[in-house]
Design a protein around this ligand. Structure first.
Ligand SMILES: N[C@@H](CCC(=O)N[C@@H](CS)C(=O)NCC(=O)O)C(=O)O
Length: 272
């Protein structure tokens, strides 16, 4: 019996086994195939229609990632007036799974709701996906952002929001922000090239964390009736996060977007 084909098939079997079980191998093969790093890279997703309101809110980290990643997108810019009909239509078509936005549609045929799911999915197509080793850690960091964002939302949207309530919220939010300070890149030059995961490159969680800090900063600084005291400069208490914030905002595409007219100004919800 000729042993060569047997040996060849055996080797193929061993390679296939490692290919499907070793995350490093899987990731390397996918990197070669798509040209993109990360655990689950995707081919291009085409152009994106971004369904959201004409405001920052839960859409801003997604916009930042699309801007930095060169994903071309158009927006719906819903308002209080246009939203009810859009909601009805989005529910009917199934695009708004829970009758809410953000949601995206892509020319490659993808339809997706939920801001974190959208951010994670777009990251796979733009090379910002986390490495397989960091996959769950990225979820931990992003879900922590989500938890505190929900708490902030309750304060920001409360009908009785005033300067005192803002002060109290920001005082309490420091506990949560401090957890991110502990995990922020440190050292000189900053470890991990200044980003939150171990791979030495930017990933989608950096967008979520930057936006989380930026939303708190904007809330702390926005003018509020009857508040003459200086803005709460909470970021000064977090040196690693401040360095991360600076570094992130200086990324060329991010800096261009932050200074552009495409960026919606920050404003508190109107009291009706
Ligand atoms: N967990 C969702 C929350 C989405 C959400 O609360 N969307 C709000 C705007 S920020 C919305 O669509 N509100 C209008 C409505 O519920 O009718 C996400 O992160 O996408």
């Amino acid at each position: 019996m000729d042993l060569l084909p047997v040996l060849f098939v055996g080797l193929l079997g061993v390679a296939a086994y490692f290919h499907t079980t070793n995350p490093h191998m899987v990731q390397s093969v996918r990197h070669i195939a798509t040209g993109k790093p990360g655990c689950l890279p995707l081919e291009s997703i085409g152009n994106v229609t971004f369904h959201y309101f004409a405001g920052r809110g839960r859409g801003e980290h997604i916009r930042l990632l699309m801007e930095d990643g060169g994903i071309s997108y158009t927006e719906t810019h819903y308002t209080r007036e246009t939203w009810p009909a859009a909601k009805e239509q989005g529910l009917k078509s199934g695009l708004y799974t829970f009758g809410q936005v953000p949601a995206i549609e892509t020319t490659s045929g993808l339809r997706l709701a939920q801001s974190t799911a959208i951010l994670r999915h777009l990251s796979r197509a733009s090379g910002y996906d986390c490495d397989c080793d960091d996959y769950s850690w990225c979820d931990v960091l992003a879900l922590g952002v989500e938890d505190q964002t929900t708490k902030m939302g309750r304060v920001v949207w409360a009908a009785d929001l005033d300067a005192e309530k803002r002060r109290t919220y920001l005082k309490e939010a420091r506990t949560w922000i401090a957890y991110y300070e502990q995990h922020a890149p440190a050292g000189e030059p900053a470890a991990n090239r200044g980003y939150f995961t171990s791979g030495g490159r930017i990933t989608w969680v950096d967008f979520a964390i930057f936006n989380f800090l930026d939303a708190h900063k904007a809330f702390a600084e926005v003018a509020m009736e009857g508040d003459k005291s200086p803005a709460d400069n909470f970021m000064a208490e977090f040196p690693r996060l401040s360095a991360f914030y600076q570094r992130f905002s200086q990324r060329p595409q991010v800096a261009a977007y932050l200074a552009s007219e495409r960026r919606h100004p920050y404003s508190l919800p109107k009291k009706s």
